[in-house]
Ligand binder design. Structure first.
Ligand code: AHR
Length: 495
């Protein structure tokens, strides 16, 4: 058994962990919205106002804080007026980005807000900058948030919603450098200032939070330019980084059938998030001019070849223990940089890319990634604690991967949560956890583990499940044996 030591420093903290780091993303893409979430009121699948009960219940259990919608690339072709009013009169459109399907707009602003109400989360709207207008975007904010008398508020009331929705988070475009308009950073930055001017606050108690469309991976010029020119017009700048095993986008790699080599390559690539977060954060701080401006990693996760036999435009992929480790590593990184990372949204929530939930007709499967979010849920809103793993390196070539990856936090009730991933696919690790002077009265452990390709399917939905993991208290902390390829969460109750 490999011997490792985890150091937790209860006296050192960067900040509290924004609950929004545990956010998700739902796009009009493949079977995410339709089928996966919204089945309509007349469906035989049990639903409330058209939303699947099983999916909503599963998301409520995760304490999902914020949900991004309607895209992605779809957002910059979406015209919100097409999705309000009587459903039979809503305009149909072609979803050109994702499989050329007909979008009937039966799920629009009111339906999305109903979904957020049922889940109990904040809404994050991604507005259309690429093919929309300033007026259209500004009207959407007024439609959602104006409580008094105005043309948009009247229209909302005519559509059955008296009280304003008070949507807090507004993204000013999506991937403006790509599917959101193929813009240069300089051009986008100017547009961002212009759009931001007309995205108004309609209530002092419900101030909106504006997020600029950010960089692709390591495009630091983008972040610098947006911050220099438009930083004072927004509250956060976004970042998109997907973990793709192979550079060739025609052959990204299989979600379920992969070699050991591909497993470690995937983890190595996902670890790059730390460098990206650090560098983009530095640039943001450099140009923040004394204001607190955050980094919103509003798209992240694994992206593999689609499941054989499925529509290539639908981005449906299975989810294994390898994805669980990817989720654990990224969430640890976001926790450990919570002084700047103000939000993160895994792509995507249901049936698309690194999904929490897969559906097939009336059946639903919770993926290993879902279980990691459940293990980490108590980090939301807790005080981050500095921690590090004194550990071995599994691969010594250019693709170095550490054995353990950790983050920790202290909740308002004083309990300390330590989340740790054992990246070694073959060997368990004996972890000695040092609590930096805190005397533990009790420690409870839970672990998710399996072979790297272990997964939940519609025929075996419970193959990968969290289970209890024993830990032994010591004079300065505790010890525990972490199974190979595992994600563990330990809750320490201090004396
Ligand atoms: O999540 C799938 C797509 O990836 C999004 O629509 C886009 O923003 C990104 O390129």
């Amino acid at each position: 058994m490999i011997k490792t030591t985890l150091h937790i420093d209860p006296a050192k903290t960067l900040s509290y962990i924004a609950p929004e780091i545990y956010g998700q993303f739902s796009e009009h893409l493949g079977r995410c919205i339709y089928d996966g979430i919204y089945v309509g009121e007349d469906s035989e699948i049990p639903n409330k106002n058209g939303m699947r009960n099983d999916v909503v219940d599963a998301l409520r259990a995760l304490k999902l804080p914020v949900l991004r919608w309607p895209g992605g690339c779809f957002a910059d072709e979406y015209h919100w007026r097409d999705g309000i009013g009587p459903k039979e009169k809503r305009r149909r459109m072609v979803n050109t980005n994702w499989g050329g399907t007909v979008e009937d707009n039966s799920f629009g602003t009111h339906e999305f807000m109903e979904l957020c109400r049922q889940i109990g989360c904040e809404a994050y709207f991604s507005g259309n900058v690429g093919s929309g207008t300033v007026q259209e975007f500004s009207d959407w904010v007024e439609y959602c948030n104006m409580g008094g008398i105005s043309p948009m508020a009247s229209e909302r009331r005519a559509n059955g919603q008296d009280e304003p929705f008070n949507v807090k988070y507004w993204g000013i475009g999506n991937e403006a450098w790509g599917c959101g308009g193929s813009m240069r950073a300089e051009y986008y930055a100017d547009l961002c200032r212009q759009y931001s001017t007309y995205l108004r606050n309609y209530s002092p108690e419900h101030k909106i939070f504006k997020i600029a469309s950010g960089a692709n991976v390591a495009d630091y010029h983008w972040t610098k330019t947006v911050m220099e020119r438009a930083g004072q017009a927004v509250d956060a700048v976004s970042l998109h980084y997907y973990t793709v095993p192979h550079e060739d986008w025609q052959h990204k790699g299989s979600a379920t059938d992969f070699t050991d080599e591909e497993y470690y390559t995937t983890l190595h690539k996902t670890l790059r998030m730390e460098e990206l977060v650090e560098n983009h954060s530095r640039i943001i701080r450099q140009f923040a001019g004394g204001r607190k401006i955050g980094l919103a990693v509003d798209e992240w996760g694994t992206w593999y070849d689609v499941e054989p036999g499925t529509n290539p435009g639908f981005l449906y992929q299975q989810n294994t223990m390898r994805d669980a480790l990817v989720a654990a590593i990224n969430l640890n990184i976001f926790n450990n940089h919570c002084d700047t990372v103000c939000m993160a949204n895994i792509a995507q929530m249901v049936n698309v890319l690194q999904a929490m939930i897969l559906t097939e007709g009336s059946k639903m499967v919770l993926t290993p990634t879902y279980h990691v979010f459940a293990l980490y849920a108590a980090h939301q809103g807790a005080q981050q604690l500095e921690s590090y793993a004194e550990t071995s390196i599994l691969r010594h070539d250019e693709e170095a991967v550490p054995t353990l990856h950790v983050s920790a936090s202290r909740a308002a009730d004083g309990k300390i949560l330590i989340t740790v991933a054992n990246l070694d696919a073959a060997h368990p690790a004996e972890a000695q956890v040092l609590l930096g002077g805190v005397k533990a009265a009790a420690v409870n452990g839970t672990v998710l583990c399996g072979t790297a390709d272990a997964r939940n399917t519609f025929t075996a939905p419970d193959a990968v499940q969290p289970k209890a993991l024993s830990a032994v208290l010591t004079a300065d902390g505790f010890t525990a044996a972490l199974p190979a390829c595992s994600v563990a969460a330990f809750t320490v109750t201090p004396q």
